[in-house]
Write a protein that binds this ligand. Structure first.
Ligand code: A3P
Length: 203
């Protein structure tokens, strides 16, 4: 089953809300980092993909109708080529707020030791930061990370043809997504999950 949506936005740009929204709109499963935590056997597949060769996407992502967030979104270029009819979804937010969010939630997982069952996952996260995002110290350095965030978004915009690209800013709601997917706008608020407050409460 081809993907109908390929996420190209960086983590902490509303990707879990988008997963919920896309699953509701498309009535299927959307791949997200949450899937990796549920299937830790996917970690070596993604680590291998970083080094090449790539997996057979159709087999590996069989059963998914969309993919957002890393690790999948770190392969936005390859996945959008493999799924030429998919919408490419670039999720965005203010760069400074994005840094504050990433710095306080996901980036500590790259900086610090993880429990034994997540050590390989941490290596994957570091691989993605370094090899797919070009950051060797960007996960400690606000200026470098924000510059890389902006570079990434500019690269997606300059690569993806405008008729496929949907830019979605946190707070945008359903409209642009539904228009691109030619689906009616649901009569309920757009999801807003995975907030920093929720995340910090778990620790
Ligand atoms: P904060 O850390 O600033 O709360 P992701 O799911 O990619 O990790 O992104 C989570 C971040 O996106 C959180 O930021 C969350 O509040 C914000 N977010 C998610 N859905 C949103 C929405 N519908 N409107 C505004 N912000 C949203």
């Amino acid at each position: 089953m081809p993907l109908r949506v390929v996420g190209a936005g960086l983590p902490r740009t509303g990707t879990l809300s988008l997963k919920r929204a896309l699953e509701q709109l498309l009535r299927g499963s959307c791949y997200h980092m949450h899937e990796v935590f549920e299937h830790l056997d996917h970690v070596p597949v993604w680590r291998q993909a970083v080094r090449g060769p790539l997996p057979d996407w159709e087999t590996f992502l069989a059963g998914y109708v969309a993919a957002v967030d890393w690790p999948a979104a770190a392969f936005w270029r390859e996945l959008s080529e493999a799924n030429p009819d998919a919408v490419v979804l670039l999720s965005l937010r203010d760069p400074k707020t994005w840094w504050e969010s990433a710095d306080q939630t996901i980036l500590p997982a790259a900086r610090h030791e993880q429990p034994p069952d997540l050590q390989e996952w941490r290596r994957l996260f570091q691989d993605l930061l370094r090899d797919r995002w070009g950051q060797t110290d960007g996960w400690n350095n606000k200026g470098a990370a924000i510059a890389a965030y902006e570079r990434h978004n500019a690269e997606v915009r300059s690569t993806v043809s405008p008729d496929r690209l949907v830019e979605w800013r946190t707070g945008d709601g359903w409209t642009a997504l539904c228009r691109a997917l030619e689906l009616p706008i649901p009569d309920e608020p757009f999801p807003h999950v995975n907030t920093r407050a929720e995340w910090l409460k778990q620790d």
